[in-house]
Every structure is written in C-alpha cells, then in structure tokens.
Design a protein around this ligand. Structure first.
Ligand code: NDP
Length: 477
C-alpha cells in the first residue's frame, strides 16, 4: 500500500520579520546614506520577505571607521578572557533563539528546516563556543608568545549557508581580537541581520561587528577600502580572482574559500548502502548549494550498475517541497539566477551525451525548484564533469583501478574536498595521500566541526577556516 507523510510544517510565528532593515553600523541599525534599498524574497514562493538597505561607499566607509574605532578603543586592548565572555554569550543566545534562526534561514534561503535546525544553527553556535575557548589561549596556539590581531577584517559571504558562514568568519576574527565588517549575500541578508541583533543583545561593544547589506558592488567597495587590513571571502572562483587582483600590491591579508568539483570515490568493496546514503548527502544536502558537494561520483566499474540502481531507488524516496515542512529533504533553489545556471548546465550535460535521470516528482508551481538529477554516461570532458553546478545534479563516472580513480579525481582545477568509500583502511590512507584536496572524508561525507580546518587550494582558494589553522588567518603572524 502506498502511503504518504502528513504535512508537518514548522510555524512561522516564532520569527517576526520586519518590513525594513537598516545597516548595522556602530551598534545601530541605520538606513543607507543615499536611502537605497532592495528586497529579499522567499525562494520557495517568490513572496517578498523584507526590504533591506543597500550600502554605498559612504556606508562602507562609516562601517570601516566604526570597526577601526572599536578596535583601537576597546577590542584589541581587552584581555582575551573578557572577549571570550562575549563569544560565549553570543553562542548561548544563538542556542536560545535557535528555532527563530532556523525558520528565518529556511524562509530566506529555501533550505529545508531539517537542515537549518539540525546543521546550520547548531554549527554556528558551536563555532562561537569553540572560538570563545581560544580567546584567552592564543599564546598557546603555536603562533608566538603574544600573537596580535590583524586589525579590521572585511568579510564577504555567500548565500548557501548565510548564518553559518557569518559564524565561520566572525567567531575566529573576534576571538583573535579583530573587528569586523561583514557583507552577507544580497539574496540572504536576514539571518546576518538577526545575528547583528544578537550581538547587541550580548552587549558586544558597538563597532566590533558591523553588517552592511548590499550586492556585489558593496563587496567590491569593502575590498578596495584603504583602511581594511584583511579580506576574507567565500564565494565563486571568478569573484575570488577579482578580489585577489584588487588586493594585490596592497598590505591587505587575504583568504579565499572558493568553488569545488569534488570527487566522491566508491570502491566495489565499500558498504554500499552506507555509501549510497553518503552519495545522497554529498550532492543533495542543501540542494547541492555546497562548495564541497560530492558532485562527481566515481564508482568502481564492477559495482557501478548496482550502486546507480540503489542510488535511484533511494532518490525516489526523497521529498521535495515546502522548506518549512519537517519531512522535506530537498528545498528550493536559492534564486532565479542560480536556477538558470543549473538548467543551462544540465542542458549541456544532455547535449554532451550524458543520460539524464530524475525521479517522478511534482515541482511546486511558484518559486525556484529543480528535481534531484543524476547523469550517467558522463565522461571527463563533459561540462557537467568539469564545472561547478552548485545544484542537485550528480555526474556519475566509472573507474577500474585505484590509480585511475586518483587520476580522474584530481583531473579538476579545484581542490577543496573528496570522499572515499572502501572497507580497507590502508586504501583510505593510500587515497588520502594522493587526492589533491583540502579535505578528504572517509566512509562519510559533509562532516563539519569547528575544530577541524576547512579550505582548499588551487582554484578552490587558500587559507583555512576552523581549528588552530583558522586562527592563523586572523593573527598577525
Ligand atoms: P559570488 O561569488 O558572486 O557571491 C559571493 C559573495 O560575494 C556575495 O556576498 C556577493 O554579493 C559578493 N560579491 C559579488 N561580486 C563581488 C565583487 N566583485 N567584489 C566583492 N564581493 C562580491 O557568487 P554568486 O552568488 O554569484 O554565485 C555564483 C556561483 O558561484 C554559484 O553558482 C556557485 O557555483 C559559486 N558559489 C560558490 C560558493 C562557495 O561556497 N564556494 C558560494 C556561492 C557561490 P551578492 O550576492 O550580493 O552579489
């Protein structure tokens, strides 16, 4: 008998979204100097959620000045054990207001509440807790006896994990004694603005954290502002390169966390049911809007038919729809532009000769949606095997020997992450030594912990976030 889940929507009532939001500068919400604004919409319904201020050059300048003043007046002088108290406070408030953050994030971003509630928000709190612990122990971190902060950090984040990326950037910067100007992505500004309110609730001295909303040109103005000491950017490789050019020849420090095209390598001896779960989590978590998504499945030829078969059966059970429904596995695509990009690359996948498959699933009429999709018959030259799609689209390739798996896995300009599935520990180590990526997961995928450094190399960027290594990016060492 076929039966379905009853709807289990999370209530929106926990969050009160204002009609308009200002820029958070020097502890106050204020409109843009020229009054410019833009709207943010719910990607699942296309309904406008709020209007936010669009920061221009005057606002960027005000925010940087506020951060500089707070740095000199209070933050860099404050003993680490005092700074830690603020970080602990922010972490605890995030936990107390977790449901509110989860609902707001799902509304503004389109991700399933199951993920915002169980991943984004708890991990964001964990980053503040973890870095609070470092704030009074920096001299033991291995960077000299009295490591100093770099100064004012300009931080630009993307739309795929809006709150979590804000936490990844702010927590280590603040622990190390820097002050910050954060620019969230234009399509997902609301959780960063709520986090600004949390900073106020935690009595964080004004100017230590500033949040300026705006589009790419706001980010560019922050990058080129002469009084910024460090830029931390997460986003596309293309913009990362632009930023690197803009910063070249200046004393500004730079860390870049960019795109990826990760190989998820499954050997025939792997526990296949577990591997199938890992493949699904690797590519369909957060609609595939993940820089380290396992978007290239490399499966050993002798097991390929079996794995693809089981994978399709598993995908058939995924539930796509209302992000606020607790049963939903796949939410909305974050924006019309991103949906366009996914459609274009999927069409290229077919044109190049890949065989496209999606389960039977009804897409909601309004909003931005794309079904989970698997391409078989993909070869390394196909665009879908080379370019970052940043959507729920998996390309399946095969290999025969471990050497071939390594050659294919490394055949990409990126180097962010990879996965290996096998029952042999020695093979895991052999593979991990040869895979050219910053993170290698073994018999799991998409695992994150604030104590574990994350980052890539080559076109995936440089610098690490998390762990002791992540602190280095915010210390003058
Ligand atoms: P972007 O790189 O354009 O956006 C990332 C952040 O940078 C946003 O806050 C953006 O602002 C800002 N920004 C844009 N242009 C500039 C600039 N010239 N100077 C400074 N800051 C800038 O990514 P997109 O949102 O356009 O996504 C495009 C593609 O990038 C995706 O399809 C995906 O492939 C990849 N991507 C990778 C991410 C990752 O985590 N590695 C994250 C996001 C995207 P705004 O959004 O307001 O324009």
């Amino acid at each position: 008998m076929a039966w379905d889940y009853a709807p289990a929507p999370e209530s929106r009532d926990i969050v009160s979204i204002q009609r308009e939001y200002g820029l958070f500068i020097d502890g106050q919400f204020q409109p843009a100097a020229d009054g410019a604004k833009f709207a943010t919409v719910n990607p699942a319904t296309e309904e406008p959620l709020a209007v936010v201020a669009d920061a221009g050059i005057t606002d960027v300048d005000r925010a940087v000045r506020a951060a500089r003043a707070a740095l000199d007046r209070v933050w860099r002088r404050m003993p680490g054990r005092e700074r830690a108290k603020y970080l602990y406070r922010i972490a605890r408030i995030l936990q107390e207001r977790a449901r509110e953050f989860a609902v707001l994030e799902s509304l503004d971003n389109g991700k399933p509440i199951r993920e915002s509630r169980d991943v984004d928000v708890p991990l964001a709190a964990a980053h503040f807790f973890y870095h609070a612990g470092w704030a009074d122990k920096l001299e033991y971190a291995g960077f000299g006896q009295a490591p100093r902060p770099i100064g004012v950090a300009g931080q630009i984040i993307p739309w795929n994990f809006p709150l979590l990326m804000a936490a990844w950037k702010l927590a280590p910067a603040l622990a190390a004694g820097n002050t910050c100007v954060l620019k969230p992505a234009a399509t997902t500004p609301l959780s960063a603005l709520l986090l600004a309110e949390v900073c106020r609730q935690a009595d964080l001295p004004s100017g230590v954290v500033n949040v300026i909303t705006g589009e790419g040109d706001t980010g560019a103005k922050l990058v080129t502002h002469p009084d910024i000491d460090k830029i931390a950017f997460t986003g596309s490789t293309e913009v990362g390169k632009e930023i690197r050019r803009a910063v070249a020849g200046t004393p500004k420090r730079l860390t870049l966390e960019l795109g990826g095209k990760a190989a998820n390598v499954v050997f025939a001896d792997a526990p296949l049911d577990q591997a199938v779960e890992g493949i699904v989590n690797g590519i369909f978590f957060n609609q595939g809007h993940v820089c380290c998504a396992g978007s290239r499945l490399l499966v050993q030829e002798s097991a390929a038919d079996l794995v693809v078969d089981r994978l399709k059966r598993r995908i058939d059970t995924l539930r796509l729809g209302d992000p606020l429904d607790k049963n939903t596995d796949i939410g909305a695509i974050n924006s019309a532009q991103q949906l366009d990009k996914i459609r274009t690359l999927s069409a290229a996948g077919e044109a190049d000769g890949g065989v496209r498959w999606s389960p039977q699933c009804r897409l909601p009429e309004r909003g931005y949606w794309f079904p989970p999709t698997v391409f078989t018959g993909v070869s390394q030259s196909h665009r879908i095997a080379r370019e970052e799609i940043f959507g729920p689209v998996l390309s399946v390739l095969t290999f025969r020997t471990p050497e071939e798996a390594i050659t294919k896995a490394n055949n990409t300009p990126y180097g962010l992450s990879a996965g290996v599935w096998t029952e042999k520990g020695s093979r895991i180590l052999w593979m991990a030594q040869r895979l050219r990526s910053g993170v290698v997961w073994a018999n799991t995928y998409n695992r994150f912990d604030p104590a574990s450094p994350f980052g890539g190399y080559r076109e995936s960027g440089f610098g690490r976030e998390g762990g002791r290594h992540g602190l280095e990016a915010y210390l003058d060492v």
